[in-house]
Design a protein around this ligand. Sequence first.
Ligand code: SF4
Length: 197
Amino acid sequence: MGQINLSEKQILLNTINSQIKTCENCKLSLTRQHALTGEGNINARIMFIALSPGTKEDTANKMFIGPSGKVFNRLLQAAQIERESVFMTNLIKCTLPKNRKPKQKEIESCSYILDEEIKIIKPEIIVPLGYYASRSILTKYKANASELGMSFKDINGQLLFLNGMKIFPITHPSALLYNPSFEPQTIEYYVKLKSLL
Ligand code: SF4
């Protein structure tokens, strides 16, 4: 049998993934089926950060396979971005019961994992999807008060440079399920994202 040669990056990712799977840092561990690890290309230039696993994702232990995932795939396809070329993860690794809003305490409890994932993957561009992921990433990269005070609509599809990181917030794919009229604009943002590489 050939020897398996794991890169240092993969070893670090495996370590954090094991921590995610058994994490009980907040009460969401009591209601989840699976704590989802990030997925995708470990050498990705783009890292997408969604909010949290949906019901289907929680059951199947896979990212973006439910209705939002279908929208996400469509957006990637429209911009000719290969899903296999990007890395995807969640701000909160365990599902939010009945898709409720996240509590600040839950975001903070899970934050150390996202920090590690970013450190390991080293993306060129971070794409937080939707309000909560964007606000958390802006806070993490020490956005100033006026940047933090901006509404999501003001930063949606805008490239921000914060502490050496390119951050490109985009509407969460789930928002398009409720507002299909957002789709053409969102496709434009994905095309812009591709052109930034
Ligand atoms: S949401 Fe995050 S911090 Fe809370 S139990 Fe799940 S993995 Fe741990």
